[in-house]
Write a protein that binds this ligand. Structure first.
Ligand code: HEC
Ligand code: HEC
Length: 322
């Protein structure tokens, strides 16, 4: 699944015993052109703990579905369905209205607005790299992308359909709910997007500058990686909101709404952290317009750590490279 080129730097690392920083300065980079300040400023000097990188394996390049790789036809059908307002009862919204891949994969709102002005309880997540997660929805309502999509197609606030029959009829009556969800799943699995972080992991040290390196180090030092790990820095497990200090104004019971188990009250999926630079506002109800504020609250309420304004700003700069 992973590309050899991406893995290689880590395999050879113990042999070489050098840091990515050294690789950056001895890597035979082009000397700065005379009078160029840009190239000079780009050479990073802050070291990154390479052992810590093992918690963040590279993002896979492809995400086959439950039945293996999808055909091009199925992906195309999924793309067409994703863009179609026919998948809402009053023909007013499509999946793309709330998850526009050209606008960061979300709708830029705190809460979404569906057919007839219905409002969602939660913030619409970006669908970029969605196939890399192990559980779906803020409360992990489904364990597969197709399973989540099938449930979501019948969310009255999202599509407005009263039941499965109404949805299947609106989609032409030829495909079952599971088949529609499979096509939409196949398309969503193609929404894979790489970032500068991936270039860094792939052995390109200069892909991250000093503020970003400082930000990553602060992220590790604060303990954020206790929860946010893996190729997408989350999307894989559930955590209590307010581990260290009660989360402010928490109104949503989170995972308890799925399991009915009172010990899941206030548990939410560890949010994935890729592409946040274009998915404001933040939090499950989009309560926080500012990414720095979200980072500061995470440190305080999840870890009992007070970040300095500089540390917060560096973490935000690093997050923006993901
Ligand atoms: C009216 C806005 C709206 C529409 C239309 C909509 N969604 Fe969503 N979507 C949301 C919201 C809000 C959530 C978060 C729900 C939750 O976690 O409780 C969500 C969650 C998701 C997730 C889970 C993502 C993750 O990070 O786990 C997927 C997948 C998804 N939607 C796909 C779709 C598809 C496919 C369609 C079209 C059939 C669609 N959505 C239509 C608002 C919308
Ligand atoms: C104890 C586990 C835990 C720790 C530690 C933790 N987080 Fe989180 N993080 C979560 C959970 C759970 C969510 C989902 C929040 C929600 O549902 O509103 C989240 C959400 C976020 C979000 C919002 C993403 C979005 O799409 O809205 C950001 C940003 C974030 N965390 C950054 C951090 C940073 C930076 C740190 C360290 C200072 C950190 N987190 C520490 C569990 C944790």
């Amino acid at each position: 699944m992973s590309e050899p080129a991406t893995v290689l730097p880590f395999l050879i690392r113990p042999l070489l015993g050098v840091s990515l920083l050294m690789a950056a300065s001895c890597g035979g980079e082009e000397p700065a052109a005379e009078g160029s300040v840009v190239a000079e400023a780009a050479a990073p000097t802050v070291e990154v703990d390479l052992d810590a990188l093992e918690g963040f394996p590279p993002l896979a390049t492809t995400f086959p579905g439950p039945d293996g790789p999808a055909s091009a036809e199925l992906v195309e059908l999924g793309r067409a369905l994703f863009q179609s307002t026919g998948l809402s009862a009053d023909g007013s919204v499509s999946c793309a209205s709330c998850h526009d891949p050209d606008e960061g994969g979300d709708d830029g709102r705190a809460l979404s607005v569906g057919p007839g002005g219905a409002t969602s309880r939660r913030n619409a997540p970006s669908l970029w790299n969605v196939a890399s997660y192990a559980t779906f929805g803020w409360d992990g309502r489904a364990a597969t992308l197709e399973g989540f999509t099938a449930l979501h197609l019948l969310d009255d606030w999202a599509t407005g359909f009263a039941d499965e029959e109404a949805l299947v009829g609106a989609a032409g009556g030829e495909r079952s709910l599971a088949e529609i969800a499979a096509a939409l799943g196949a398309y969503q699995r193609t929404l894979v997007r790489r970032s500068r972080w991936d270039r860094f992991l792939g052995g390109e040290p200069s892909a991250l500058g000093d503020p970003e390196r400082r930000g990553f180090n602060s992220f590790l030092e604060a303990g954020c990686a206790m929860c946010h790990t893996g190729p997408s820095f989350g999307g894989d497990d559930f955590q209590q909101l307010g581990m260290a200090e009660e989360w402010p104004d928490l109104e949503d019971s989170g995972r308890m709404l799925v399991t009915g188990d009172s010990s899941d009250e206030g548990m939410f999926r560890t949010a994935p952290l890729r592409g946040l630079y274009e998915t404001a506002p933040y939090g499950h109800a989009g309560q926080y317009p500012d990414l720095g504020e979200m980072v500061r609250l995470m440190a305080q309420h999840q870890l009992g750590v007070e970040l300095s304004p500089q540390e917060t700003a560096d973490i935000v700069t690093w997050l923006n490279s993901l």
